[in-house]
Design a protein around this ligand. Structure first.
Ligand code: AHM
Ligand code: MG
Length: 337
């Protein structure tokens, strides 16, 4: 039997190989691993909602039943509070950031941003959903954290990852060193075990993933790219859960995109909670992530819930999309001048 490497062992081994590491980042990753095991357990019970009660009701034991996304949010916050390595969090579920002002946490050097349960509209139909997280060093020095600690560009991420609650639960993360590694939860021992070491994305992809129902709402450049994918007889896959769609893109190659639409002129997905962490992972695996023109990781963060168009995946397809966007821009400028 091959030696099993658990997530916690892997984190410790990685920390030992970095002479300047103090263990705080490792502690944070372990906290997130713990929270996601508990979220996974609750997600797996979601189908039992008729038996254990609807959100807002009391369950058989007289406890109030929380909506899964609220439960996931609370679970992450409480696990991150425990170890004192994080001075504040910001979450897609909350309108603003939450400082952790306890004695042990308020001078901690990291902040964490997350989308606790992405794709939650898919819960009712038993389709994969996920958690996405990003870790940054704070900018301010000690004391209560502030907004500027959270409004950093994606290039400054120290670590990022996601957990996909699918046919099995997997946690995939990167620290920008030692690649992108994936761990599958073995429910019988309650441990994430290294199953996908050093994930590399195919440079050339043949699968595209986008909500095609929005086709008429896309700009002409994105329509032209979709037409290119169709005439190239690419495979089309769209789950409608970013974590699951990006996970497939990472493992099998291809491109996932959520462009601007008439209804969502800046795109639907959020820069800080969804696009930056996924862009960091994709780049670390050898792929590319763009808003059509600029690298996602270089975009300036101006507000916590900022939305951006996003195109990420195999380098050849993202570059093809960028080339089509640039051609359309040039043609438009010529017509206007
Ligand atoms: P959410 O954060 O409200 O769950 O929305 C994000 C989700 C992503 O997981 C997914 O890529 C996208 O919304 C799907 O949107 P659409 O239904 O418009 O295709
Ligand atoms: Mg989301």
């Amino acid at each position: 039997m091959n030696k099993i490497v658990t997530l916690n062992e892997f984190i410790i081994q990685t920390q030992k190989s970095l002479p300047y590491a103090t263990g705080e980042l490792s502690g944070l990753l372990r906290d997130i691993g713990l929270a996601s095991k508990i979220i996974s357990r609750e997600v797996n019970k979601a189908g039992l909602v008729d038996i254990i009660g609807q959100a807002g009701e009391e369950n058989a034991s007289g406890e109030s039943v929380q909506k899964l996304d609220v439960m996931a949010d609370n679970m992450l916050i409480s696990c991150l509070k425990n170890s004192g390595e994080c001075c504040g969090i910001a979450s897609e579920e909350n309108t603003t950031y939450v400082p952790i002002d306890t004695k042990i946490s308020k001078n901690a050097k990291y902040i964490v941003l997350f989308d606790p349960l992405d794709g939650s509209s898919n819960i009712d139909v038993n389709v994969s959903i996920g958690t996405i997280f990003a870790i940054y060093r704070r900018k301010t020095r000690g004391g209560s954290c502030s907004l500027e600690d959270f409004l950093q560009s994606g290039a400054e991420q120290v670590a990022a990852g996601y957990v996909v609650y699918g046919s099995s639960t997997m946690l995939v993360y990167t620290t920008g060193q030692k690649g992108v590694n994936g761990f599958t939860l073995d429910p019988s021992i309650g441990e994430f075990c290294l199953s996908h070491p050093n994930i590399r994305i195919n440079e050339v992809g043949k699968t595209f993933s986008v909500n095609l129902g929005n086709y008429r709402q896309f700009g002409d450049d994105v329509k032209a790219f979709v037409d290119y994918c169709m005439t190239s007889a690419f495979t089309f896959r769209y789950i409608g859960s970013m974590v699951a769609d990006v996970h497939r893109t990472l493992i099998k190659g291809g491109i996932f995109f959520y462009p601007a639409t008439q209804k969502a002129p800046k795109g639907k997905l959020r820069l800080l909670y969804e696009c930056n962490p996924m862009a960091f992972l994709i780049e670390q695996a050898g792929g590319k992530a763009s808003d059509g023109t600029n690298r996602i990781l270089d975009l300036e963060a101006t507000e916590l819930h900022q939305r951006v168009p996003v195109f990420l995946g195999s380098t050849d397809l993202v570059e093809k999309l960028e080339a089509i966007v640039a051609e359309h821009k040039t043609a438009k400028t010529k017509v206007e001048s």
